[in-house]
Design a protein around this ligand. Structure first.
Ligand SMILES: [Zn+2]
Length: 253
């Protein structure tokens, strides 16, 4: 067994309150597109960078353009609650191992920057979704809630409308210029502060304010698992530069 995996196994064995903090890399291993990435095709199609399109002011002024992007890059085929078949985006080994850790009483919570709901799909119960979820959507006029399937079904409408009042539906995802949900943030902070082992995966920790959350950690071991370098490599007890799914798959609970 790899020396670093063995070290992680030891940390997991002695831990009682593990918290996992995950970023985009956890989802990309399931085939979820990274909507922040801009390639050549991106510039032919979109006049604005993703941070602009996914901002509150852009959503307000150009909801149709926002939804064009949203449907193509975020609420993609295969990610909805009714998705089945070959296109279905499924939880990967990382999601599954974390759900197992929680079931066996080893893991307190998952804190995630992802909005795809894959942790819940894998069976995790306590998940703090810092940036919201594509599976929750609400009417801006009457407040009625809709799942991601409803929004997907109304793709052809451009901007999905409420079936009760005709109001515009907004995804419950945190856009740029918007603050994080206070309750979610408090739950995440409480869990991290209580953890004895914090495993951070699939993020370079460059996105604030979410990344600042790990400063609340007072536990024993901090582990970073990411394919590339992160901003906190120096302060971690263990750094594993590899796929989060492949690493967690080797851990026995
Ligand atoms: Zn409504």
């Amino acid at each position: 067994m790899d020396e670093k995996i063995q070290k992680l196994q030891e940390y997991v064995d002695e831990a009682e309150k593990i918290v996992f903090f995950g970023g985009a890399g956890v989802s990309t291993e399931s085939g979820v597109p990274d909507f922040r990435s801009e390639d050549g095709l991106y510039h032919q199609k979109y006049k604005y960078p993703p941070e602009v399109i996914l901002s509150h002011s852009f959503y307000r002024s150009k909801p149709k353009d926002f939804y064009d992007f949203y449907y193509e890059k975020i609420l993609v085929d295969g990610i909805g609650p009714d998705a089945t078949g070959e296109d279905e985006i499924k939880p990967n080994k990382a999601h599954l191992k974390l759900a197992e850790m929680e079931q066996k009483g080893k893991l307190l919570a998952v804190v995630t920057q992802n909005i795809d709901g894959l942790h819940q799909k894998a069976g995790s119960k306590r998940v703090y979704e810092l940036h919201g979820s594509i599976h929750r959507n609400y009417c801006e006029s009457c407040g009625k809630f809709f799942d991601g399937g409803y929004v997907l079904k109304h793709k052809a409408d451009g901007v999905p409308k409420c079936d009760a009042c005709g109001g515009e539906i907004k995804p419950d995802v945190v856009l740029y210029e918007e603050g994080l949900d206070q309750k979610t943030l408090e739950g995440a902070v409480r869990s991290i502060a209580e953890a004895d082992l914090l495993i951070i995966g699939g993020t370079s920790l460059a996105v604030y304010p979410a990344a600042g959350l790990i400063d609340y950690f007072r536990g024993k071991h901090l582990v970073l698992i990411n394919k590339s370098k992160t901003e906190r490599d120096q302060v971690a007890d263990l750094v594993i530069s590899d796929s989060i799914g492949e690493v967690l798959d080797q851990i026995h609970i």
